[in-house]
Design a protein around this ligand. Sequence first.
Ligand code: AMP
Ligand code: TRP
Length: 332
Amino acid sequence: MQRIFSGIQPSGVATLGNYLGAIRNWVALQDEHECIYCVVDLHAITEWQNPKDFAQQTREMAAVLLACGIDPTRHILFLQSSVRAHAQLAWIFNCVARIGWLNRMTQFKDKAGKNRENASTGLYVYPNLMAADILAYKATAVPVGEDQRQHLELANDIAQKFNHDYGVDFFPNIQPLILGVAARVMSLRDGTKKMSKSDPSDQSRINLNDDADTIALKIRRAKTDPEPLPSEMEGLANRPEARNLVGIYAALADMDADSVLRDHGGKGFGAFKEALAALVVDRLSPIAAETRRYLADPASVDAVLRDGAGRAAAIADPIVAEVERMVGFIGV
Ligand code: AMP
Ligand code: TRP
């Protein structure tokens, strides 16, 4: 059985983008794979997190994953900071990856923005930690949204350079699994920017814990253009906001975008947005209710995570110990 690894940062509340680009696929992959899913709190502190909010966000992210259908009995769900192997392997990868490789990472450029000198060094080496997350388990497939493709290419470069430098055939090749019509959900305020849990504007995203009224209002206010919806895909060219809403509808209705346009083409956005809001509420409200149920008993969430950390460490620790021997650490 193929081993899968993926992670999500507890840097805010999970969004519809996280759900469609990642979490929903994580759930589906559980039937035929061995899955290891991680709330990556070490990654989250590459940008400032208020400690009190951060602890709550971390627990809530775990609750959301359980509410979406991650099964911690057949698979593993845990916190990155609870398994030391991640940070240990990341240090070795800091010494394998080249500065020139990291300089090409578009996510660093986006997140650091103009004030690059003031970004944390953690944000810069973030992709090395991500490579360590995956390779500490020798996972071979990683379900992510489109925005993570470049990081997975870098992880493969690190794996290959390690194998080459140490003359071993140790780390496997990693295959990105970028699935579905909504692998890149865009902001509701700007169709050229991805929907993000760390966007300053809450109106730019649907949070998985938004109530029905909030969802309807955000969709009604979503940026669009004055033209009606086209009946065919060509009509979406150069209309990023329209394309985004159609993509969200298609993903949630399990349709392709062509069929959505066949049903809704010619309508103005008013009517389409109403149909979309009803669909989003229908799909997300059971998740929000289930998340609240888990959060009513935080100790049960913690117990799941503690159990997951133990089982994760049992896989990762021997792999990282072997890496340390290959590097030449005496280990006494
Ligand atoms: P992050 O929110 O950066 O921790 O991302 C967690 C997962 O959600 C990753 O697999 C991302 O690729 C995916 N993801 C995040 N934002 C989006 C988005 N707007 N559209 C699709 N996938 C996304
Ligand atoms: N960098 C990913 C993101 O922001 C999160 C992540 C961390 C991850 N480690 C990972 C995803 C390992 C897949 C595999 O979306």
